[in-house]
Design a protein around this ligand. Sequence first.
Ligand code: HEM
Length: 514
Amino acid sequence: MTTETFYDCFTPKSPAQWGLATVVALICYYVILGTYRITLHPLARAGIPGPKLAAFTWLWEFYYEVINRKQLKPVILREQLRHTYGPVVRINPDEVHIHDKDLYLEVFKIGSKFIKSDRFYMSFASDYSVFNVSDPHDHRNKRGALSPLFSQRAVFELEDVIQGKVEHMLRKIAELSSAGKNVNFHFIFRAVTIDIVTDFCYAEPYNQLDAPNFMGRHVVALETNAMMLPLFKNIQWLGGLLAALPLGFMKLIEPEGAGNAEMLRAARAHIKRLVDDRSILLSAKHTTVFEKLLELFPRPDEHTLTYLTQEANTLVTAGSETTASVLEVGLFRILQNKSILERLFGELKEAIPDISSPLKYATLKRLPYLTACVKESLRHTYGVLGALPRVVPEGGVEVQGYKIPAGTVIGMDSYSLHHDESIYPDSHAFKPERWLSATPDMERFLASFSNGTRQCIAINLAYAELYMILGNVVRRWELKPYDGFSEADFEYEDVWLHSLAKQSLAASCKPRLE
Ligand code: HEM
């Protein structure tokens, strides 16, 4: 056989043969790549244990996080892997999941060198926002500009805004109560938290409390977006692509609402209007985020407008679903246990004997049992369920006898800390009492807001909302969960965020007379 005829045999001659050749070449490529990952990859050489298939291909994680997550929650899967392989587990070709309290304190400290992983954070399609940027210098500048707005003092000055929205919510509850209808707390808590944060951002709330059944388009978009997070996390460019597509097309794919794309569009339109007409911001009785940001960027160019849009969207999404989840889970855990409810109501009544007087944040903040209920609710909702991925800095890190090389992504989650029985005994039980004699470790490892340089910027605002909303609802209303309320109502979905599966937590509300 001549050389020419030899090559001839291997040259595809028709489109079908070209197709087959491409498939074979791709399979060979992935087999070679996978073999490298489980043999010569730095994590293989470091001897990090874990399922071989997880190290071989990203599809393993995709399967568990996107396809199978309802059957086995990713957070529970990680617990199972920990029991099988130990506290350091390779969960995909490039990432190691770790449960180690000392390392947690190192990674999530002020000035930590472990920066956010771009690969993961780009999935939110808001690369420039303070939440998503990884570069420490960029982050410092952006956070520095926003931080004064979220200080303890600033939040006290914002109390009237929160109080106004809480009263709006109470009026809505009263309307439903006098019509003999139950109140769906899943949606009303989302509506009130969105209204607070949008009033704070733009001086113009989205008024989701006035929407039918509290399911305005922003509430729905927020929920849709939450459900899409596992897909976006695994196909990181998808969120950005969908956000760029025409909204009408998006709605064909997702009729309920276009999630993040819709929220980004709304934020952009809002900011453009504020750029053209500052009078709304200037006439507000309270400080707003955009009054400050537009002082820094009075005539934003296209790029700055994109940054501002992403910042607004991040504040609205990060600031509503999280707070609402804590309130929802907390309130119904309290209602589930009569003695907790009576003790909390008793404390509130003693502190605010006149039911018609407003519940001041400064008063509520000092109440030990309400504080205990808020902290236990935070512990039970975890902040976010998913791991917070960080990149190992130069020099690598040693943990539990393994040397993890620089550049590796490591993830740690609050779930494993919040259910560490040596810190929180009987950890699955809702026991506010445990916080009345809290140990230093209980405070240190309550990780719902994360810790260190990338801790939640709005921790003061979030606490104010939690105290004021929970305090007002329990002080003013006698609540009875809907018929059929059971433990099954607390079944949640792990979509990186903690999201209750049923969205049906409703209660009848009777006004308290004293
Ligand atoms: C109970 C309510 C809240 C919880 C549990 C919570 C939880 C968290 C967590 C765990 C992080 C770190 C995320 C990560 O590292 O990837 C975070 C960051 C952040 N949160 Fe919150 N959050 C809450 C309320 C809010 C509110 C009300 C806002 C805004 C109005 C907000 C805005 C942000 C921002 C901007 C960041 C990024 C901070 C940075 O990287 O410097 N959060 N939050």
